[in-house]
Write a protein of this length. Structure first.
Length: 285
C-alpha cells in the first residue's frame, strides 16, 4: 500500500511538472492545476516541485498521511519557495486504492457571541511593532507548534496572535474573555486570541491598525482576514511574510500549514467565488 501511495504522489508531481496530461478528473488534480494556472496568470513560473510523504498510520483498509509540498517559483527576477502541508486519508479494498481525500480540520467551535468593542479600547497601551520579529516568528513556527502555547486543530488565529505578540503587540483586557486580546498560560484566553471572526473585529477596532483597500498596500507583518463563504463571518487569518516579483503579498498560516503562499487562497479547498478579504496594516510607532 505504501508503494501505491508513492506512485500516486509521483503521478501528481508529474502532472504539475507537465510530464503527463490529466488522465482522470479528480478534485486533487484540479486543485494542483489551478495553483499552476493561477501562477501563470500572474506572470510566474513553476520551476520545480518537491513532495515528501509521511505515513502517520496504516491499516489494511486505510492510511492517514501527510504531504510536504515545496514549490520553487520564479516571478520576474525573483525566486522563492512556497511550502504547504497537506493531510490526507487513503482507503484500500483488496489492496487497491479506492479513495484518497484531504482531511479537513474542524471549524472553530468556541462561541464568541458577546465579544464586542467599546470606548475602553482607547486605553490599549502604546507600543512599537517590530515587523521583523513578527515575520521571523511566522517563519520559525509555520509548520510546528510552539510548546509555550495551547495547540488547536483549527490553529490559524492562535498562530497569528502569537506572531503579533512576538512583534511586540501588548496583550490587553484580561480576564474578560469577551474583551481585549490576551492569553493566560495554556488554559485561558480571549475569544479574539483564537476565533477568526473576533480577531478580525479586534483588528478593525484597534487604534493601532488601519484597514486598507488593496493587498498591495500591505507590508511585511501585516494581516489578511478571510471570509471564505462571503456570509459575513470571517474564518481564517494569515500574516504577510514576503512579496512576489510584482509586489503581491505572500503569507504564512496554520491549520493547513503554509509558507510564502500567494495571498488570495484561490487554490484552497475552502475557496468559494464569494470569498471576501480584509487587509489590515499595523501602524509602526
Amino acid at each position: 500500500m505504501r508503494e501505491k501511495l508513492e506512485n500516486l504522489l509521483k503521478d501528481r508531481i508529474a502532472l504539475l511538472a507537465g510530464e503527463r496530461k490529466q488522465s482522470r478528473k479528480t478534485f486533487e488534480d484540479e486543485r494542483l492545476l489551478k495553483k499552476k494556472s493561477s501562477l501563470k496568470q500572474r506572470g510566474g513560473q513553476l520551476v520545480k516541485v518537491i513532495a515528501k510523504g509521511n505515513v502517520e498510520k496504516m491499516t489494511e483498509r486505510e492510511a492517514v498521511y501527510t504531504i510536504h509540498w515545496s514549490f520553487a517559483i520564479k516571478h520576474g527576477d525573483q525566486f522563492y519557495i512556497e511550502e504547504e502541508i497537506e493531510r490526507r486519508r487513503a482507503a484500500f479494498s483488496l489492496g487497491e486504492l479506492v479513495e484518497d481525500e484531504e482531511l479537513m480540520m474542524p471549524s472553530e467551535e468556541e462561541d464568541d457571541r458577546g465579544w464586542s468593542m467599546d470606548e475602553s479600547w482607547r486605553n490599549w497601551p502604546d507600543f512599537h511593532y517590530d515587523r521583523l520579529k513578527a515575520v521571523q516568528y511566522a517563519e520559525r513556527w509555520w509548520n510546528e507548534f510552539n510548546p509555550a502555547y495551547p495547540k488547536f486543530n483549527d490553529d490559524c488565529t492562535n498562530f497569528i496572535s502569537q506572531c503579533l505578540r512576538a512583534g511586540g503587540v501588548p496583550m490587553w483586557g484580561q480576564p474578560e474573555r469577551t474583551r481585549g486580546w490576551w492569553i493566560d498560560g495554556k488554559s485561558n484566553w480571549s475569544y479574539s486570541w483564537t476565533v477568526a471572526h473576533a480577531f478580525m473585529l479586534m483588528l478593525k477596532g484597534a487604534k493601532w491598525t488601519v484597514e486598507v483597500g488593496s493587498p498591495r498596500e500591505l507590508v511585511l507583518g501585516d494581516i489578511i482576514c478571510y471570509d471564505f463563504e462571503g456570509d459575513g463571518r470571517f474564518n481564517h487569518n494569515t500574516i504577510v511574510t514576503g512579496m512576489d516579483g510584482y509586489g503581491n503579498p505572500l503569507v504564512n498560516a496554520h491549520t493547513t500549514n503554509s509558507r510564502m503562499r500567494y495571498w488570495n487562497y484561490e487554490d484552497s479547498t475552502a475557496y468559494t467565488p464569494y470569498i471576501q478579504y480584509r487587509f489590515f496594516h499595523i501602524k509602526t510607532r
